[in-house]
Write a protein that binds this ligand. Structure first.
Ligand code: PLP
Length: 376
């Protein structure tokens, strides 16, 4: 059994994917070929925004967005403390200061109360300029945008939505990656929509941000003169081969994978919700289930269950074993000295179970039965 079975998906989509790859090879249009344009159009349409700009990774999507928003030295960027490191390293790379915010105990997304307090604190200290909130749609569930937008409007901040895990999720039918002033996602193979290598995308309704981003991903080139650079950018484009792979994969994702993975999570929850703390999805939210993460009583029980499941051939992962404030690089730089009681509670107790659209019913039952056996 695999934690995320990418091979089964490939076997199902093999004919289309092979055909798409072959066509790129035959046309040799490796950089910004027509498949990239086609994919960007389809992604923008699906997410429900005007523009999609693909790039080389989710991390680059964050960095490019911060460049477009002109975030840099002296700026405070508010980020949840329980996320993948890229959410935080991107603004550090840009010279800005990350302000870590604790998480909600049920969704594990950024606590909006914590956000409000953190902004007030930065303002009262008067050293940094509050500029931006980077929200994370953790494990596939959107952050609480209604509440967060109220706060950012109050203080005049922008939102950059890190939808690397959230692609396909929604609130009242409105899709992830459409909630921020800019939204980003990642096509790392294990994400809800993955390619066969690294890739990422940026979403926005703002025409001028779209123009700037298209330039920045190609070394800041001018629109009309490729060898006159209007700004300093980077080289970050999605390979045509990856775009070609993503076209049939996006279709499968929209047609049935998102429904299938929601059936898997529902089945897990039915079998496990009296045994462990199962994931909580808010009313009118749909998750894309990047992870299905349960919470155990304490660290000992979590680690014991992980070992037990491993002995039965069931792979699990700890997403994440530490908060951002417990990462060596962050400690070294002197960030994250506040208290993060919810993060510290969750990192000791969380365990992510295998989840993907091709997980079979008998596999789900086998996993759940083993969890039940261990707990008894
Ligand atoms: C994976 C991930 C990223 C980075 O994406 P890459 O494509 O691996 O660079 C950023 N933020 C979050 C929340 C992620 O899960």
């Amino acid at each position: 059994m695999q934690f995320r079975d990418l091979r089964t998906q490939y076997n199902v989509l093999k004919d289309e994917i092979d055909k798409e790859i072959k066509s790129v090879l035959e046309n040799s249009n490796y950089i910004l070929g027509e498949q990239v344009i086609e994919l960007e159009k389809k992604l923008a349409e699906y997410v429900g925004v005007k523009h999609c700009i693909t790039c080389a990774s989710g991390t680059d999507a964050l960095i490019l967005s911060l460049m477009a928003l002109q975030i840099g030295e002296g700026d405070a960027v508010f980020v949840p403390n329980f996320t993948y490191i890229a959410t935080v390293s991107s603004e550090i790379i840009r010279g800005a200061t990350p302000i870590l915010v604790d998480i909600d105990k049920d969704t594990y997304n950024m606590s909006y109360k914590g956000l409000d307090e953190a902004i007030k604190k930065v303002l009262s200290e008067g050293k940094l300029k509050p500029k931006l909130v980077i929200t994370v749609d953790l494990f596939g569930q959107c952050a609480e945008y209604g509440k967060i937008r109220e706060i950012t409007d109050k203080y005049g901040l922008k939102i950059l939505e890190d939808g690397a895990q959230g692609f396909g999720g929604s609130i009242k039918g409105k899709k992830a990656c459409s909630f921020g002033d800019i939204g980003v996602t990642s096509f790392f193979p294990a994400k809800p929509l993955g390619c066969y290598g690294d890739g990422g995308a940026i979403f926005t309704n703002d025409d001028s941000v779209d123009m700037v981003l298209r330039s920045l991903r190609s070394h800041g080139k001018s629109v009309n003169d490729k060898y006159d650079n209007q700004e300093i950018g980077i080289n970050s484009r999605l390979d045509t081969i990856q775009a070609a792979i993503l076209i049939p994969k996006l279709k499968a994702f929209v047609d049935y994978e998102l429904d299938a993975v929601n059936r898997v999570s529902k089945h897990y929850t039915e079998l496990l919700n009296n045994i462990v703390k199962t994931p909580i999805v808010l009313d009118e939210y749909v998750s894309s289930w990047a992870q299905y993460t349960i919470l155990l009583k304490d660290e000992k029980q979590r680690d014991g269950l992980k070992e037990f499941l491993k002995s039965k051939g069931i792979p699990t992962m700890v997403y994440y074993p530490r908060g951002i404030h417990q990462q060596s690089a962050i400690i070294k730089m002197g960030y994250g000295k506040e208290n993060f009681p919810v993060t510290e509670y969750v990192v000791k107790r969380c365990l992510s179970l295998p989840i993907h659209p091709y997980l079979k019913e008998d596999e789900i039952e086998f996993i759940a039965q083993n969890i039940i056996n261990y707990m008894n």
